[in-house]
Structure formats: structure tokens, C-alpha cells
Design a protein around this ligand. Sequence first.
Ligand code: FAD
Length: 278
Amino acid sequence: MASPAPISFEFFPPKTDEQRATLEAALPKLKALAPEYVSCTFGAGGSTLSYTPETIRHLREEHGLDAAPHLSCMGGTRAEIRELLDRYTRMGCRRIVALRGDLPSGMASYGDFRYASDLVAFIRGECGDRFHIEVACYPEVHPQSDDAHADLRHFRTKVEAGANGAITQYFYNPDAYFRFVDAARRAGIGVPIVPGIMPIANFSQLKRFSDLCGAEIPRWLGKRLHAYGDDVESIREFAADVVADLCDRLVAGGAPGLHFYTLNRARATLAVIERMRR
Ligand code: FAD
């Protein structure tokens, strides 16, 4: 089953044997869809300083995937980031997802970088054009920003610092994406903006994530999901239809690809891709 658009998959670095087994089980099914690349998240403040590089090595060497590390700078030092960049270079990585990250509770200091744009500029300064750099962007506005115009200007700063592309926070309203892309183009941002897609497997988990990251669950969608209660199978079916329809509309409207937040599982992502129009 091929995807109707270029796709990428995002994983988080497994930390326990159980989590490693979950990812291992998902990988063959997701690999079969021939992703353009996969990526692996990075905990702010160095909490996954070793887990992310180890997962990237595993995905590249043992699964033959073009695996791109996320690199978040919050709480990090220039020396730490430089060391990671060297390590990723030695592994053959040529794509990085550069982020600010969030300050973990209990951590008081920003470290050597304040914003993702500072990290992008640092990577370009250290490594020139060695890496293709993706950054994050927010069609529904970053949760710490109460000014959509300023948020867009800050996105442009990251691109001017050297980002080659952007991946969005997830959303369920395609108009949020299309209007955001239009605004970005008017603001002179020319890089590809790939929608981030969150398949839905578990409503309470989705609500928790969405509260944290500022993604809106439309009222009609929340009400319908809530009404299924513990009927997990019905939630899966309904949610896969909804998210596949979102993906169809995004691709039809010109989205250059789709980046799936897999949460290290294949089922919900596969259900969406299977239902997409060919
Ligand atoms: P920035 O671009 O620095 O923006 C953060 C905030 O600061 C925004 O409100 C922005 O408007 C504002 N801002 C930016 N520049 C300025 C300025 N010069 N002056 C004033 N305000 C400014 N988090 C992780 O910890 N690890 C991950 O692996 C990870 N992967 C992600 C992948 C994707 C695709 C996405 C969408 C998010 C990911 N995140 C990850 C979450 C991300 O780190 C958070 O959303 C974080 O709060 C912001 O990161 P950023 O890179 O967008 O920050």
C-alpha cells in the first residue's frame, strides 16, 4: 500500500524494554509504506541526551531508515549541541528537526539558546549546509504566543536563520493550515510547510496532549469521540475516517507531504493511510 503523498513518521526514543518492543513491532509495518524519512524526538534539557542518538543509530543501521534527529536547545549548551551535531554527522545524518523545546519543570535556566532561531543560526554557523533543517510552526498559534502576527514573524526569523522546511503542530481543521500557509507566503516565507498529523487512538490522551500543545479539538469531534466512551473500536474507526479525510483535503489543497506523529505505534497511522483517496 503506497501513500498518495510523501510521508514521514515521527517516533519518540524508547527508554524501557517494553517501549523498545512496541517500536520494534511497529517498524516493519510503517517501513512498508516507504517513508521519505523518519524522525525521533528529543527531550528538552538533555533528558534524552543519549536515548535520541541511540534510537537514531538503531533506525539507521538496523532498519536502514533515513532517520533524522530532533534537537531541542532549551537548557542546552553550545558544547552539548556541537557534540550532538558531530555525532549525527558521523552517523551520516543529513536532516535535523531544530526546536526550542519546553523548560522541564524544576529547570530554571534557558541554557545557551533562547529560541529555535538561535539554534538554527548556530547549526548553520557550525555546519554550513551539511544539514537540511526542519523547524516547527503553528497553524493555530504557539500556546505561549497571544499574537498570531508575532508568532508568524518568529517563524520567519527561523527560516531567515537557515531553515529549509517546516512541520506544523497537529490540527484537525484544514482551514487553519491553508490560511496559515497563505499568511506565511504573504510574509515572504517560501519553504515547504508539511502538516503534522496526529492519528487518534485514545481520546483522553489526545485531550491531554492538546491542552499542553495548544492544538484545538473541534467541538463536534470532541463530542463525537467522547460519546463513544470505552468503545475503543468505534473510536478507531471513526477517528481514522476523520483524519483520513483531513489528509485528503490537505493533499488536494497542495500540502507537500504529511508528517505522522505515530507515538511509536503503527495501527492508527496505517488505518488513516489505508483510508486515504488514491
Ligand atoms: P520557537 O520557534 O523558539 O518559538 C517558541 C515561542 O517563542 C513561540 O511562542 C514564538 O512565537 C516565540 N518566539 C520565537 N522567537 C522569538 C523572539 N525572537 N522574541 C520573542 N518571542 C519569540 N519539543 C521537544 O522538546 N522535543 C521534540 O523533539 C519536539 N519535536 C517537535 C516537533 C514538531 C514538528 C513540533 C511542532 C513541536 C515539537 N516539539 C518538541 C515541541 C516544541 O519544542 C514546543 O512547541 C516549544 O514550545 C516551541 O518550540 P519551537 O521550536 O517552535 O520554538
